[in-house]
Design a protein around this ligand. Structure first.
Ligand code: ADE
Length: 420
């Protein structure tokens, strides 16, 4: 079966048995997938299926998404709006006639109003570790967003580091602990509010468009994690020849970007929403670095004005710009490349943009250290060998080696980073 053909769809009544098994497996009963089924398990599946067939319970087929490959269900996600959680839970557990193996009176609420709660996600054992769970969770997050519910939440066992890493990479963050089903759980939460927005003002939009529609930046926009809008300043001039520049007062060489198109464009954007920063790219600005990228990536809305020609009328810098940024001590023909560099560095660290978020956090500069060397197969290429420690499988030695390498490379190549 081809994982590429994975399709995610809402469950139907006929999926109720699959949903029942998934819910049971999520509660640790993987024997639901055994063949032949133990008699007791078979009876239990039948009972839980009759609950999942209802529409007024937590584990209803109506609350479930199914992932299927070539028409065969391989995974499911049961999720619901937390608003009516208490009464739904009461009804659901009342239907489990027979003793529960935890004290329901001690159980804290898994969710509440204002949350779209991802209750249980289960992938058939033979389809695990292929990214299906991740796709299903993304579909669940999407549903929460479409319903305009402010948060998507879930629970995870505090020691399940693999699952936590996956959830963090999707943008979830730890949000306290609760006691449920006889155990402590970590709550994780994701805000569904509008994504970060970057508006780039330029006289050369075509320089940016290709770049913004490639690779990680394209994916981040598609996933709804960031909105990037490019504005052509020529659309904001009142001049009939679409001029955006003029000769400088004082008679020196070159052209200067005029106030009017920039002011009109920024004013129109600021009428729509509040901006945290209005950045101007210029070689005489503050030097862009990783801490500045981290700081911008936590903002909600930013404007980047690309400098061009000889520069911009200084009144724009005095009255509208909140931060002037240079990407290095050299002069480019325009600020578009600087805006592209900054946008890339900012967007790649927005939670959920990079598949394995660890890889963004372990970049060079994130901890003032250069990254250690990396290698891939084959272990021996023309006699060029991968260091033995990386092949040892000894996690602690590998982490120590990476740290030693990072320190050694930083001392040798960028000692200035260590003196900060
Ligand atoms: N515009 C021209 N050169 C630049 C630089 N080095 N950084 C930012 N903007 C620029």
């Amino acid at each position: 079966m081809d994982i590429e053909t994975l399709n995610i769809r809402p469950a139907t009544f006929d999926d109720s048995e699959f949903v029942a098994k998934s819910v049971m497996a999520a509660l640790g009963q993987d024997e639901v997938y055994a063949t032949p089924l133990p008699k007791r398990t078979k009876a239990m599946i039948k009972r839980i299926t009759s609950i999942c067939q209802r529409e007024d319970v937590l584990y209803s087929w109506k609350n479930t998404l199914i992932a299927e490959i070539e028409g065969k269900p391989v995974a499911s996600l049961t999720a619901y709006n937390g608003t009516n959680y208490k009464e739904m839970r009461e009804r659901t557990f009342a239907l489990f006639d027979g003793p529960l193996d935890f004290d329901i009176d001690l159980m804290q609420d898994e969710t509440h109003e204002g949350e779209y709660y991802l209750d249980s996600a289960t992938v058939l054992p033979e389809y695990r570790n292929q990214g299906i769970g991740r796709k299903l969770l993304l579909a669940g997050i999407e549903t929460g967003k479409k319903l305009s519910i402010p948060h998507v939440t879930l629970l995870v066992s505090p020691n399940n580091h693999k699952a936590k890493k996956l959830y963090r990479s999707l943008g979830f963050r730890e949000a306290g602990e609760i006691y449920a089903f006889g155990e402590n759980y970590q709550r994780m939460k994701l805000d569904t509010a509008d994504p970060m927005r970057i508006d780039i003002l330029t006289v050369l939009p075509e320089m940016l468009e290709g770049f913004l529609n490639c690779s990680i930046l394209a994916r981040a926009q598609k996933k709804g994690l960031v909105e990037i809008h490019v504005h052509n300043l020529r659309d904001w001039t009142l001049d009939k020849h679409k001029r955006v520049d003029d000769y400088p007062y004082g008679g020196c060489a070159g052209m200067v970007m005029q106030c009017e198109p920039i002011d009109r464009c920024i004013e129109s954007l600021q009428r729509e929403r509040e901006y945290d920063e209005v950045i101007f790219t210029t070689p005489d600005g503050e030097k862009f670095d990783q801490p500045m990228a981290n700081m911008f990536s936590m903002k909600k809305n930013i404007i980047i004005l690309c400098g061009h020609f000889k520069g911009v009328d200084y009144r724009i810098r005095e009255h509208l710009i909140t931060k002037e940024v240079s990407i290095g001590d050299y002069v480019l023909t325009g600020g578009e490349l600087a805006a592209a560099v900054m946008t890339d560095a900012i967007v790649r660290i927005i939670p959920g943009v990079i598949g394995d978020e660890q890889s963004a956090l372990s970049d060079s500069f994130q901890d003032n250290l250069l990254a250690p060397p990396v290698y891939t197969r084959p272990a021996d290429y023309k006699g060029w060998k991968v260091p033995d420690v990386l092949l040892s499988g000894h996690e602690k030695n590998i982490r120590n080696w990476e740290l030693e390498q990072a320190i050694e490379r930083t001392k040798r190549l960028r000692p200035d980073l260590l003196s900060d």
